[in-house]
Design a protein around this ligand. Sequence first.
Ligand code: FEO
Length: 170
Amino acid sequence: MLSKTLEKALNAQINYELTASYEYLAMATYFETKSLKGMAGWMHMQASEERAHARRLYEHVLDCGGNIVLDAIAKPNQKFTGVVDVFKKALKLEQGNTANIHKLFEQSVKGKHYPTQSVLQWFIDEQVEEEATINEILDLLSLAGDKGAALLALDAKLGGRGAAPAGSGE
Ligand code: FEO
């Protein structure tokens, strides 16, 4: 059985994942308006992944006999100064999420809720991968620049992301 404290924290994490999905949709929209279809597609995939993460936690709460309490989703940022800025904001979003997941894990350890620890272990590993991927994109942007042929090459590379992303949970 979930404690009320852990149930509340898991519901807050569901909200964070859905908020992240909305933030990624805003980033996808920015790229759509710039006709950078590869990057837009990459961000749409991120948005789908975040929704899948929320669903994973949602199922966990229900499986553990907890209640789902849905909260409002905050308005996403839609102001970006360029391609690098978008990926920097994506990295910040993931770093915030990593901190949340770690805090949630600590709460599940304190509360001795082993099923939640098991589910969160997957999220801990996923966050390492998510941050590494965005750092790699930022490295490429810093090496090659964010204009002209280099930008178009990176757009094509990111557009090659498969239909079933790693860690989508689907
Ligand atoms: Fe749900 Fe991007 O981690």
